[in-house]
Design a protein around this ligand. Structure first.
Ligand code: PHB
Length: 368
């Protein structure tokens, strides 16, 4: 028997998980061009089904919500049907499978917008310090179109419908992507949201979109099957706010009245998909986690040992391992056996077929 705190069972909402290891949402761009999930995705998730919690990759709630080719969606029947076998493959007795619901807002580009026009954001403010990953390489971001209130209401409804679709596809729950400078965070941050209507200005107003989305989602899925992800210490994609500590402390405390499945925090020092030096004003996970009256997941740069320490000291309940899980499909088993971990290869992270996706071997298939 392993004595690792990673292998002590835990409840997530009403679900009993056999371990505290999470597969966090990872964009891998292996869906069909129409956003339907593929047989290759089924194999990838089946390989990683040992995680107590599988959070499937960012899945767009509408055609306008996407930034990249080959990202899955959940806005039509074909996408629901295509997800079903994938979700089934990711499920085992004693694990939970959630879907991350995603709208990228201003991080999209006219080249992938259905009408060929620049993407939508809360305000007409472009991302300046970063470039867009187009199929032809890196290019500048465009000035987004400012959303009208009708546009905002449509997106809120799209999140609700996508949650209903996630349920119909067999997912146990959904995670709202409110991290990494995507649309929900774009409304939260005062450096991005400069609206003068009830969706901008005061903190109260900047929180409005998030809570409208959450309320739309819980019309279709019980709140204890809904999680939410923030990256409170990251300014990736110009996610700038004048007082992130107050912002995220306020949001997290306000979420307490919902009895959500979980709060998912990206650790300070993570910038999008990579490490960065920790900002001097980073808010420690411990501080924010202590404000939440429920299950907390932390993800970002953890080792088995640092994760065990974080769980046994009671700071968080589960830990996500992104890059380690890409390279080690049987990561929980390797942790259980204290087996060596394979290194992440640079190829195939965001495109391609099985190479760098489903061809990382499991322990029992490794040559000894
Ligand atoms: C990415 O595609 O690089 C990406 C996607 C979603 C995130 C972060 C990074 O939350």
């Amino acid at each position: 028997m392993s004595e690792s705190s990673l292998f002590s069972p835990v409840y997530l909402g009403d679900q009993h998980l056999e371990n505290r290891i999470a597969l966090p949402p990872l964009t891998r761009s292996r869906a069909n061009p129409d956003g339907t999930a593929t047989a290759l995705m089924r194999e990838y998730y089946a390989q990683r089904s040992g995680a107590g919690l599988v959070i499937a990759e960012g899945t767009v709630v509408s055609p306008q919500a996407s930034a990249y080719a080959n990202v899955p969606g959940l806005f039509n029947k074909e996408q629901v049907m295509a997800w079903r076998p994938v979700v089934e493959a990711a499920k085992r007795d004693g694990n939970a499978v959630y879907c991350q619901l995603w709208h990228v807002g201003r991080q999209s580009h006219s080249s992938v917008q259905p009408d060929g026009q620049p993407p939508f954001g809360p305000s007409a403010i472009p991302i300046k310090g970063f470039t867009y990953r187009s199929t032809d390489g890196r290019i500048p971001y465009e000035t987004p179109r400012e959303l009208t209130q009708d546009g905002i209401h449509e997106i809120v409804q799209a999140f609700g419908s996508a949650a209903a679709n996630a349920r119909d596809a067999g997912f146990d729950g959904v995670e709202l992507h409110a991290a990494n400078g995507y649309l929900i965070e774009q409304f939260l941050d005062d450096g991005i949201n400069q609206r003068t209507d009830e969706y901008g200005g005061s903190l109260e107003n900047r929180l409005r979109f998030l809570f409208e989305v959450l309320n739309a989602v819980i019309k279709h899925i019980p709140a204890n099957r809904v999680g939410i992800r923030f990256s409170p210490s990251s300014d990736w994609m110009d996610a700038i706010d004048s007082d992130k500590r107050t912002l995220f402390s306020t949001v997290i405390q306000r979420l307490n009245s919902y009895s959500l499945a979980y709060l998912h925090l990206v650790e300070p020092g993570i910038s999008g998909a990579t490490n960065s030096s920790q900002a001097p004003d980073a808010t420690p996970t411990k501080e924010l986690a202590s404000l939440f009256n429920g299950t907390v997941i932390a993800t970002g740069g953890h080792t088995k040992e640092s994760a065990e320490e974080l769980i046994s000291s009671g700071v968080v309940d589960l830990v996500g391992f992104g890059r380690k899980f890409i390279a080690n499909p049987d990561l929980p088993e390797r942790f259980r056996q204290n087996a060596p971990l394979a290194e992440l290869a640079p190829h195939g992270l965001y495109s391609g077929g099985e190479h760098g996706y489903t061809d990382y071997p499991a322990l029992d298939s490794c040559p000894s």
